[in-house]
Design a binder for this molecule. Structure first.
Ligand SMILES: C[S@@+](CC[C@H](N)C(=O)[O-])C[C@H]1O[C@@H](n2cnc3c(N)ncnc32)[C@H](O)[C@@H]1O
Length: 297
């Protein structure tokens, strides 16, 4: 931030220190990030805000384990407020029966809070898919405590297993689907002809298939070795491939910041809506083929 004009007497007034969440990333787009930050606490009318989400998490998962909210739970709550608003928007205002898949659900914070706290929650049936038995148990216990057990089922399976997926869900939501789980969710959700997908991918690793192509492209371009430069490049190529795969499967895709990167560095949301427009899809298929051709060693 540039220092302000010298005061009489030659002293330069020091720049005002920006708030902690603003520092380091928001200098070029303070207004946009300020509004994204606001969405992590406040919610549109009738939807759960931060106070309500934190209280529900505390009652459901934390108090039951005899503890209070930890920093990571507070961060999770800040992700859940805007994501639940996205879920509500994706499902529409009318309260009619909807099938929602919470994929790589962990304790199914998203699916359970959607069923319990959204105005149309009563009309939701939630299928959570999670492979870790401990999380699966916690989610089932929480569903019973919430009184939504009859509308919630948890399939203990890998998200890549086609048998775990119901046909034609109205919405697939996946918060922090780690590494290759994001790609498996894209593949299975599109194969199941999900109407909409809300995907927040998480960490990258060499288990992500697109990373092999990204590393090959980096070598071909003689990209410098500095880790931060490489990480951004790999991330951009993996993100691009995921976007193109969704478009080539017949979806209209938006990629937006769900929360500021100070809440989580894995802060991007893929909003995909099945449109099935043949021409658009053919263009996307051609783009994907070109992208994969360009990216191969
Ligand atoms: C970072 S946690 C996120 C959990 C939850 N969505 C949330 O945001 O609280 C990722 C979860 O995905 C699960 N997971 C990772 N890969 C998976 C896979 N291939 N199939 C099923 N579950 C998977 C992990 O066991 C873990 O519970």
């Amino acid at each position: 931030m540039a220092p302000t004009r010298p005061r009489a007497g030659g002293r330069v007034k020091p720049p005002r220190r920006p708030p902690a969440w603003h520092r380091g990333y928001a200098a070029s787009r303070p207004v946009a990030y300020a509004s994204i930050m606001a969405r992590t606490t406040a919610a549109p009318a009738g939807l759960p805000d931060l106070t309500r989400v934190e209280a529900t998490l505390r009652d459901l998962f934390i108090a039951a384990e005899g503890a209070g909210l930890r920093d990571e739970d507070r961060k999770k709550a800040r992700e859940l407020v805007p994501l639940l608003a996205e879920v509500a928007r994706a499902l529409g205002a009318r309260s009619r029966p909807r099938l929602v898949v919470d994929a790589a659900s962990g304790k199914s914070y998203v699916g359970l809070l959607a069923a319990a706290l959204l105005p149309a929650g009563d009309a939701l049936r939630v299928v959570a898919i999670e492979r870790e038995p401990r999380h699966a148990r916690a989610a089932r216990d929480a569903a019973a405590r919430l009184g939504v057990g009859g509308r919630f089922e948890l399939t203990e399976a890998d998200v890549g297993d086609p048998a775990a997926w119901p046909e034609a869900p109205d919405l697939v939501v996946a918060l922090h689907a780690c590494g290759p789980a994001s790609d498996a969710i894209i593949a299975r959700a599109t194969a199941a002809r999900a109407r909409r997908l809300l995907l927040v991918p998480c960490c990258l690793s060499d288990a992500v298939e697109a990373m092999t192509r990204a590393r090959a492209a980096a070598a071909r371009l003689a990209l410098p070795e500095q880790a931060e430069v490489r990480r951004r490049f790999y991330q951009a190529l993996v993100d691009a491939e995921r976007t193109l795969r969704l478009e080539a499967a017949g979806y209209a895709v938006e990629v937006v910041a769900l929360v500021p990167p100070t809440v989580t560095p894995h802060n991007l949301l893929w909003r995909a809506r099945r449109v099935d427009e043949p021409e658009r899809q053919q263009r996307a298929e051609a783009d994907l083929a070109r992208f994969l051709g360009a990216g191969s060693p």
